[in-house]
Design a protein. Structure first.
Lengths: 494, 205
């Protein structure tokens, strides 16, 4: 038997190269049986197939393989690249092992997190399919008619079955989605004058952050009774423990997703160098924001540009996390630790036709004249469990009802005794108006679907219900809290 | 997956402090099967494993003198049991286990079972203080006896449910608004079939 690192003193960081998920290929339309007229509402869709099945994944070359649940055999799943304006039809096949024994549940739901789609295609937590069954759904890839800003963004897809989201996502059911449009065009050599020519191709790289615990045999360790949300001791990027990435002396775009169960990260470069945040959950910011650290919580995405041309050849720079977190409820402290997440090795020169424009886009500002209601949404702990507005998850009764075509102001509060909650709303993005009475930080002024509710926080949001009627799920994206019923839904009526 | 390079770098001296191996410590054992403790049910002594067998279980932690959440939880469970119908006793058992190992004796347990007319397949039980501690540790639950003279025990109104066969274990707050939801969550965890009833198991648009 291979000597495991349990016997040799631990796992060595920076040993494995950063894996980069490939893009999901189109499948022929004939592979999706009986597409109804609904799928052609926005034009002829591109077709894709996602198959959920078990596959082995190696977190580190010194570890034995781990049996995961995957989309199409990889962890994380393949990157889905969308072009706004071109709809996509999906066939999802559940080929998980019906005789599986352990945490999680092989009955699955797929949520297109951050996407603007009808609630029936969004991944309602009760719409599960069993092994051997299939599910079809439509991603419109549209922008609301009255919004002239650019919505192309980094979103993601993951399992969302009620009561078992934490276990199923921990099993590996998660992947990234990159949306493009004419402005964010996936081509740094684009001759179209409206294109921003952001770093593209091999220089546009996803960084999916996660933390795991493994048993001695390489299997996943997961505590089903941990109602705070599990935090792990193995820090992973794209499913590898503390990998390295050889980079050229030029600009790179990194799409960062915090896919942890409950862990927060504050990311820094080990040499203190600055980088630019260009986008958040719902797409481009109005202008790049130069920072030396970036705080990110479960479910949240930020995109950054790091310019390695300012470093000399041979330089090594680690991406570090300085949040120390002992349990799922909240960080223990920030700034007193330096946990390496990955290593950049600047090992070559390369041409760089990409740009970092001073202006990225104009985000449609909130139209407060459309606001017809102000609501308070309280995240809190009571009766030994997590609640929203004094209620537990109830799929039959909404938290409240809203009207399509209107806008609302939501005041989201965290009344918990020191716990923190990443607030997530499905279907529609929102814009942060105020955080604790102040204007939000610059990187929080874009379109959002996740925001951290720190202890005692009050965040004021603007939300507009553009097109889709139905059930909009709202929940804490600490999936341990979510599974313990910290979830509700809003009934958006036509 | 694409890995651009397979030759690990030699770590430069200024980053050596970040390159220390990560210790892989053992962690607390997680729940797989309920700890096999000896219990005294209202119909006789048995082992937890024997009581459950291949069935799913809903575990209520209560005590007979509770004037707080327990009466409400029991009432809710009675509705859940009614909704589960013939499944109770056949492939799901309910175990109401006392948190008050010191005061709840066999007579208290029997009185409780009679008062609530527990159906076949629902057991009221007590166990030793040591075994209770083992179980609570496994479930990551804490209870706090009151220092006052009223003898109340502070505890959450959680129901634990799962199956030794599936290895799936969850908990849910018994104060959820609808017994149907508890029933559905329990069935989904035990056998994944609950939402067949809702008619959405397979979506074809």
């Amino acid at each position: 038997m291979k000597s495991l690192p349990f016997q040799v003193g631990g796992l060595r960081p920076f040993i494995d190269a950063l894996p980069i998920p490939g893009r999901l290929s189109e499948t022929p339309m004939a592979s999706i049986p009986a597409l109804t007229p609904r799928y052609f509402t926005y034009g002829t869709p591109k077709c894709y197939t996602l198959r959920e099945h078990e596959a082995f994944h190696q977190f580190h070359r010194d570890l034995p393989p781990t049996l995961m649940w995957t989309y199409n055999g990889t962890f994380p799943g393949p990157i889905i690249a969308h072009r706004l304006g071109t709809p996509a039809a999906f066939r999802r096949i559940n080929d998980l092992n019906p005789n599986y024994r352990g945490f999680g549940i092989v009955e699955t739901v797929l949520h297109n997190h951050g996407g603007w789609q009808s609630p029936e295609d969004d991944g309602w937590p009760m719409d599960l399919i069993r092994p051997g069954e299939e599910h079809y759904y439509l991603i419109p890839n549209q922008v609301a008619d009255n919004d002239r800003s650019h919505w192309a963004s980094t979103i993601w897809y993951h399992d969302h079955v009620a009561d078992h989201t934490a276990g199923n996502v921990y099993h590996g059911l998660a992947g990234m989605v990159n949306q493009f449009d004419d402005v964010d065009s996936d081509n740094e050599n684009d001759t179209n004058p409206v294109s921003l020519r952001l770093p593209s191709g091999a220089y546009d790289i996803p960084l999916v952050l996660g933390d795991y615990i493994l048993n001695r045999d390489g299997s996943l360790y997961f505590d089903q009774m941990n109602d705070a949300g599990q935090v792990g001791n193995l820090f992973c990027v794209n499913g590898k423990v503390q990998p390295y990435l050889n980079v050229a002396r030029r600009k790179y775009r990194f799409r960062i997703l915090c896919a942890s169960q409950a862990r927060h990260f504050r990311l820094k470069l080990s040499n203190g160098a600055s980088f630019h945040v260009i986008a958040s959950d719902g797409g481009l910011l109005e202008a790049p924001v130069e920072v030396t650290n970036l705080y990110i919580v479960p479910g949240e995405r930020y995109e950054i540009i790091v310019d390695f041309s300012k470093f000399s050849l041979g330089t090594q720079v680690a991406l570090i996390n300085d949040v120390d977190q002992k349990d799922g409820n909240k960080p223990a402290n920030i700034g007193r630790v330096a946990i390496p997440m990955m290593l950049f090795v600047i090992n070559r020169d390369a041409p760089d036709p990409s740009r970092l424009p001073a202006k990225l886009q104009t985000i449609t500002p909130p139209d407060l004249s459309k606001v017809i209601a102000t609501r308070t949404i309280k995240f809190h702990r009571s009766k030994g469990a997590w609640m929203i507005n004094d209620r537990f998850w109830n799929p039959d009764v909404p938290l409240f009802r809203c009207r399509l075509g209107t806008a609302e102001r939501w005041i989201v509060t965290n009344g918990s005794g020191g716990w923190e909650h990443p607030f997530h709303l499905h279907v529609e993005n929102y814009q942060v108006l105020r955080r604790n009475g102040q204007l939000p930080p610059m990187i929080e002024r874009g379109r959002k679907d996740i925001l951290n509710l720190g202890s005692g926080a009050t965040v004021e949001l603007y939300i507009q219900f553009h097109r889709y009627a139905g059930r909009y799920t709202v929940h804490c994206h600490n999936v341990g809290h979510e599974d313990l019923a910290m979830m509700g839904w809003v009934d958006v009526q036509p | 997956m694409f890995s651009p390079d397979d030759t690990p770098p030699v770590i430069r001296p200024e980053l050596q402090h970040l390159a220390a191996p990560i210790p892989l410590n053992d962690h607390e054992p997680v729940i797989d099967r309920l700890v096999d403790i000896a219990i005294q049910t209202h119909i006789g002594p048995t082992q937890m494993s024997k009581l459950i067998g291949n069935k799913g279980i809903i575990l209520q932690l209560f005590y007979t003198r509770c004037k707080g959440v327990c009466p409400g939880t029991t009432a809710m469970l009675k509705t859940v049991a009614h909704q589960l119908g013939k499944r109770i006793g056949k492939d799901i058992v309910i175990l109401s286990l006392s948190l008050d190992a010191e005061r709840d004796g066999l007579s208290d347990i029997k009185r409780y079972a009679a008062m609530h007319r527990l159906p076949k397949g629902w057991y009221a039980a007590t166990c030793s203080k040591g075994d209770l501690a083992l179980l609570l540790k496994q479930l990551r639950l804490t209870v706090t006896p009151s220092k006052g003279r009223d003898g109340t025990i502070k505890h959450a109104s959680q129901l634990v449910y799962g199956s030794n066969v599936s290895g799936r274990w969850r908990m849910i707050n018994a104060e959820l608004p609808k017994p149907e939801l508890i029933r559905d969550m329990v069935e989904m965890t035990i056998d994944g079939l609950a939402y067949q009833r809702r008619g959405v198991s397979q979506k074809r648009s």
